[in-house]
Unconditional design. Sequence first.
Length: 133
Amino acid sequence: PFAQYNYGDTNIDPLVVDAFSVWTPGNDTTQIGQAGLRLSYRGGSEATATFEPFISAARMENWSRKDSSSFAFGTPVTAFSLQTNTWKSAMRYSAGILANAHGSRVSGFVVGNIDDDSRLRSFTINAGLRFNF
C-alpha cells in the first residue's frame, strides 16, 4: 500500500500589458492526493544485478478543482473573467521496472502511468537514473 499528498500554492502578480490593459491571473492552490496498492517481484541475483517489475493501481483525488483569472481591456469598458473547473477523482494504473547492478550506486527505472476518469484521460512515461550516495 502507498499514499501520497501534493500541495502547492502560487500567487501571481498582475501583468500590465499597456496603459489600458491588465491581466490578473490571481492565485492558485493545488492539492492532489492518491492512495493505492503496488504488486512487484524482485528477480535476478544479488551477486550480479536485480530487476523489479511492478504494477499498481491508485485512486487520485483533486481537492483544488477551481481556477480563475481576469483580463481588462480599455478599463473600465471591457473586462473578461475566466473560471475553470477540472477533474475531481480518477484512477491511476501504472507498470514499470526498476533495475540495479550489484555494488553499484546507480539504479534505473522506467514507469508508465494511465490516468482515467470521465474528465481526465492521460498517460505518462518516466525513465531515469538514481544515484545513491
